[in-house]
Design a protein around this ligand. Sequence first.
Ligand SMILES: Cc1cc2nc3c(=O)[nH]c(=O)nc-3n(C[C@H](O)[C@H](O)[C@H](O)COP(=O)(O)OP(=O)(O)OC[C@H]3O[C@@H](n4cnc5c(N)ncnc54)[C@H](O)[C@@H]3O)c2cc1C
Length: 418
Amino acid sequence: MREKIIIIGGGFAGLQLARKLNRKDKKVIVLDKVNHHMFQPLFYQVASGRIEPSNISFPFRKIFQRSRNTQFRMTEVTEIRPEENKVISHDAEFSYDKLVIATGCHTNFFGNKQMEELTFGMKNTQEAVTIRNNVLLTFEKLIFERRRSDDANWNIVIVGSGPTGVEMAGAFAEMKRDVLPRDYPHMSFADLNIILVSGTDMPLASMSHQAQVKSEQYLKELGAIFMGNEKVIGYDGETVQLESGKSIPSRNVIWAAGVTGNIISGLPQEAVFHNRYVVDRYNRIKGYDNIFAVGDVSYMETPKYPQGHPQLANVAINQAKNLGRNLSRKSTGDWKEFEYIDRGSMATIGKHRAVVDLPNLKFQGRLAWYFWMFLHLMLILSVRNKIAIFFNWMWSYFNKDSSLRLIIIANDKNKTEQ
Ligand SMILES: Cc1cc2nc3c(=O)[nH]c(=O)nc-3n(C[C@H](O)[C@H](O)[C@H](O)COP(=O)(O)OP(=O)(O)OC[C@H]3O[C@@H](n4cnc5c(N)ncnc54)[C@H](O)[C@@H]3O)c2cc1C
């Protein structure tokens, strides 16, 4: 009898694991609520119209076409019943011998319902496209509003100055500088503000001081406004309220200020800490021998990471690799503990402007930018997408432009048919 392994989530961790477990003695079923794997680090390029969503979204059925031992079901899992070895989804029940939870995170609005409803998150392809649509629509509206002082359309606010926020701010600032004057030759966008609101005094708080200083300088050079030591406390769809008493009128607020784990009901409270599943060094969830969690949704303490690992793609991929190897071994006595080797971090703030922190080397500028591009290209799935992205990047590199500015908004079918 083949061992049946259910993997919930086909993100960086789930996909890596499914590939590792593609063996004759296993039957693997990947369940995901969407039909494609997403390369989240480049969402900001979709949001700013630089690449197409299809370049960084890969249909699972295509990925698993040749994996004879792996099946895919598009369905959202709503409950785990560990006592019955079953998971329940919107569409069906699945039994398992082993279960791996790799559900990642969603945007953390820290309980603020208003913010959740009115700002844009960037945690899936749909949300990245929604940002693109809304920002492009705003530019179209500004043509009519240019003689009015409707500030709310003139400020694009990005909350959170981690790599996502910084990269987003850099991309929109470049768009304002290089693209808008050509797309709207009779109009000045001088009053359009790209504002990055940060709770820390410098951007990229998790990176080196050098990277922080440089990224702040790059943002300034591109004309983005960095507001440090500010906390957003409210937003009504028109005005962002800051704890300091200041306010910023804006109809485009992008929330990049944190994530929180996608927990599924059914496991006891002791198995969850800060919305992540508590796992041992083998990614086994506390209290279970046959249920595992990997990637962003797992919380593993090690001597090097006493407060858990950072929620990064590299951690997710390497945990999945380690678990895949362990689950392929005959006896648990041969299992290896997970040890994360930090290979560094990086962010790009615009053309020829990037910061790279490697374990023994930190560098910024043009070389860092080439390094960032090369590494991201290598990580993208499929040769076709690598070529498409490379082509888009080269086009933008030489032309300072792209042609991916379609505004696509789903029609309400019933309305149009009336
Ligand atoms: C905008 C952005 C930029 C980022 N940039 C970087 C970067 O530059 N470098 C870096 O290292 N990391 C980056 N990250 C973080 C990185 O993307 C995550 O660490 C990584 O995706 C975690 O992988 P994962 O497999 O744990 O989860 P994910 O990749 O998030 O995958 C989770 C999967 O589970 C599915 N799912 C969730 N709940 C359910 C359910 N109930 N039922 C069925 N399916 C479900 C989801 O649809 C998704 O496909 C970025 C993240 C974002 C959002």
